[in-house]
Design a protein around this ligand. Structure first.
Ligand code: UT7
Length: 366
């Protein structure tokens, strides 16, 4: 019997600071009206000085582990999808591994930009299906505000910060990830990129003066590419899962631009009611966008056991990725049992204990 990887835990973290379109009006030559009509975005979250891709990811991971009722030391592997790692080296996943106390886990990053979470989900589920892993933590996390040029109105209004995580667990049931498709066209690398700071143009006075450490983008080209690959990849994974578009109850696309999402829906002939969006409140959070949207779809009661969901994303590379999931577990977040913090501390899981205590607003008795 084939082993599948099902999602048994989910969690998100977004910074508390909100940057609205009217805030941006006072920083740039832009308008709330332009941003809303061209992108659908009203506001986005911005990381506080101490927040990074690793810290946001750790908070999302704790939330996901709580839902899965899984101790961090039971995780075999952490895959962090990010294009804004805390450092070029070591991996952000290793920092997360340490901070959540996942003492038995391997850790690695995947950089497939905004497609990264769906890539990571495919890798994680493949390792589970192959039999070498039982529990894999898959995270999408990005601190886009650190790589945005707030003098460039063509990019800085689009992105925000956040993290989302899921726990994948091995199951013999035909549920979880049913099919995946990953794609890349590196001939479009220069359409969405950060030219400086890597091995080609290491950080120097010149790269800083030329603002080469910020995102550069050809928006129109990326737009055309996005609609095309979202349609193509969605059709592919639905077919590979042995399903038709009518069998899909919910589509969770990468939240980059409401117009891209609407155009893809039109080209797929999928009613817009079947498509989850939250781009209005978070903007494009890159690799975090799909898992944050998944968490919010669950919070809103839009995910039910037995239903089929398509996750689909595109991004720098250029890359794209899609997957079909048959949802297997009740999609309700459990009440946070604050007393479990005592259990975590008793087991030596201090970081998990503190995270739960913080989220429940309770002090752990000594
Ligand atoms: O995860 C992948 C991330 N990337 C994307 O998803 C990007 C995909 N592309 C897009 O979402 C859209 O192409 C944009 C939202 C970036 C741009 O929308 P557009 O409808 O393609 O606008 P445009 O680039 O054709 O620009 C139209 C006008 C230009 O002015 P002129 O040359 O017509 O006078 C721009 O300079 O809008 C101007 N413009 C702005 N005006 C006010 C560009 N950015 C802004 C802005 N505020 N923020």
């Amino acid at each position: 019997m084939r082993t599948h990887a099902e999602i048994v835990g989910w969690g998100k973290h977004v910074p508390s600071k909100v940057l609205t379109n009217s805030d941006l009006e006072s920083m740039l030559d832009t308008s709330d009206e332009w941003i809303k009509t061209r992108t659908g975005i009203s506001e986005r979250r911005i990381a506080a000085a101490k927040e990074t891709s690793a810290t946001m990811a750790s908070r999302a991971a704790f939330a996901a582990l709580e839902v899965a009722d899984l101790s961090p030391n039971k995780i075999d592997l952490i895959i962090a999808a990010t294009s804004t790692p805390d450092h070029l080296m070591p991996s952000t996943a290793s920092l997360i591994q340490d901070s959540i106390g996942a003492t038995n886990a391997g850790a690695m990053d995947i950089n497939a930009a905004c497609s990264g979470f769906v890539y990571a989900l495919s890798v994680g589920s493949g390792l589970i299906a192959g039999g070498s892993h039982q529990n894999v933590l898959v995270i999408g996390t990005d601190t886009m505000s650190r790589i945005l040029d707030y003098t460039d109105r063509g990019t800085s209004v689009l992105f925000g910060d956040g993290a989302g995580a899921v726990v994948l667990r091995a199951t013999e049931d035909v549920t979880g990830v049913l099919s995946s498709s990953l794609g890349s066209d590196g001939s479009g690398a220069h359409l969405l990129w950060i030219p400086g700071g890597g091995a080609r143009h290491p950080a120097s006075l010149e790269t800083v003066q030329n603002r080469m450490h910020y995102i550069k983008m050809n928006g129109n080209e990326v737009y055309r590419f996005a609609v095309n690959v979202m349609t193509k990849a969605s059709l592919q994974v639905v077919k590979d899962a042995g399903l038709t578009l009518d069998d899909i109850e919910l589509f969770i696309p990468h939240q980059a631009n409401i117009r891209i999402i609407q155009s893809a829906a039109k080209s797929l002939k999928v009613p817009i009611e079947k498509i989850f969006t939250n781009v209005e409140r978070y903007g494009n959070t890159s690799a975090a966008s799909v898992p944050i949207a998944l968490c919010e779809a669950i919070e809103q009661g839009r995910v039910k056991a037995g239903e089929h969901i398509v996750l689909v994303a595109f991004g720098a590379g250029l890359t794209w990725a899609a997957t079909v999931i048959r949802w297997g577990v009740p999609a309700v977040a459990p009440r946070l049992p604050w007393w479990k913090a005592i259990l975590h501390r008793f087991r030596g899981q201090e970081a998990a204990a503190k995270s739960l205590a913080r989220r429940t607003g309770r002090k752990i008795p000594r």
